[in-house]
Design a protein around this ligand. Structure first.
Ligand code: SAM
Length: 271
C-alpha cells in the first residue's frame, strides 16, 4: 500500500460537479462524473523541468525495487471505480490499448467495450502475468531506457494508472507515447495522492495536488510532441482517495495536414 501524503487537497463538493464546464470539453473525451476541470495548464513554451526536479530520493535500480510482486491495490475501491468509469467513457470497441506502468490490475471497466488488443508494460513479470486483461506484456525499466518497444501508430489508447510520478524521463516517454499512438489516439494519465515517496520525482513532493495536474499537462504540452486537447480533471470519487486525470490527444491525419507550425519564443518565465 502506498503512503498517503499530507499535501493539501483542494476540495470541491460533488454538488459543484461541472456540467456547464463539461459541455465545453472535446466531445471525444470525458463528459461525466467530473468534479472540476483544471485548465490554464502552463505559461511556458519550452520544457521547464530540471534534472533536480526529476531526481528521486532513491536513485537505486527500479528493477531491484520492483523485484518482488505486490498484489495489492494502491487506491481505494471508490477511486478504482471512478477510474474504471473514466476508461469506460473513452474506450471504444476494437481499441488497442497500451497500459503503461502496468501490474496485476489495470482497473479497466467490467462492462467495457470489446478491446482488440491490450498490452501491458511494467516492471514485475509475476504481476503482469497475473493481469487478466492483458493479451501480452513487456517487462521494461523506462527510467533506464525511455523507449517504448512498439511500432509507430500502434495503439488507440494509452493508460497509466497511479504511476506517472515514477517516470524520471517524462519528456522522452511522452514523445514516445505520441509516436506509438495512432492518429486521433488518446493518452490517459491518472493518479491519486498516494505514492512511494522515495521513488517519485522530487518536484512531485513539493507541490500541491492541483499543481501536479499542471505538471502532467506540461508533460503533454511541452515534451516536444504535438499533443492537443490536453485537459486536466479531478473526478468525483465517493471514497477517501481523490482521482486526477489528464488526457492528451494525438492529432488526426486530417488535422496533421492542416496544421501550421507556430513560432516558439524564448521562455524566460519561471515555473
Ligand atoms: C503504484 S504501481 C501501479 C501499478 C498499476 N498501474 C496499478 O494501478 O495498480 C507503480 C507501477 O509503476 C511501474 N513502474 C515504476 N517504475 C517504472 C519504470 N522505471 N519503468 C516501467 N514501469 C515502472 C511498476 O511496474 C509498478 O507496477
Amino acid at each position: 500500500m502506498l503512503i498517503k501524503t499530507s499535501i493539501l487537497l483542494v476540495t470541491h463538493s460533488i454538488a459543484s460537479m461541472s456540467t456547464k464546464a463539461a459541455s465545453t470539453l472535446p466531445q471525444y473525451s470525458i463528459q461525466h462524473n467530473i468534479q472540476r476541470i483544471i485548465s490554464q495548464p502552463t505559461q511556458h513554451k519550452q520544457w521547464p523541468f530540471t534534472q533536480q526536479d526529476l531526481r528521486r530520493a532513491d536513485e537505486t535500480s527500479d528493477q531491484h525495487w520492483y523485484s518482488q510482486p505486490r498484489f495489492v491495490t494502491h487506491i481505494d475501491d471508490q477511486c478504482i471505480q471512478a477510474l474504471s468509469n473514466v476508461y469506460f467513457q473513452v474506450f471504444q470497441d476494437n481499441d488497442s490499448v497500451l497500459d503503461l506502468c502496468s501490474s496485476w490490475i489495470s482497473h479497466f471497466p467490467v462492462n467495457q467495450p470489446t478491446l482488440s488488443n491490450v498490452v501491458g508494460l511494467g516492471m514485475n513479470e509475476q504481476e503482469l502475468a497475473r493481469n487478466p486483461i492483458l493479451d501480452s506484456f513487456v517487462v521494461k525499466d523506462l527510467n533506464l531506457e525511455p523507449k517504448l518497444p512498439f511500432e509507430d501508430n500502434s495503439f488507440d489508447k494509452i493508460t497509466n494508472a497511479v504511476s506517472v510520478d515514477y517516470l524520471s524521463k517524462p519528456q522522452e516517454i511522452f514523445v514516445e507515447m505520441h509516436r506509438v499512438l495512432k492518429p486521433g489516439g488518446l493518452a490517459i494519465m491518472a493518479w491519486s495522492n498516494r505514492m512511494f515517496p522515495t521513488k517519485v520525482v522530487d518536484m512531485w513532493l513539493k507541490v500541491s495536488e492541483e499543481e501536479r495536474v499542471k505538471i502532467v499537462q506540461s508533460y503533454f504540452l511541452l515534451c516536444g510532441a504535438p499533443f492537443v486537447d490536453v485537459v486536466g480533471y479531478q473526478m468525483v470519487t465517493l471514497g477517501t482517495d481523490p482521482l486526477y486525470v489528464v488526457v492528451g490527444r494525438k492529432r488526426t491525419q486530417q488535422e496533421e495536414k492542416e496544421f501550421i507550425i507556430p513560432k516558439v519564443e524564448d521562455d524566460k518565465s519561471s515555473l
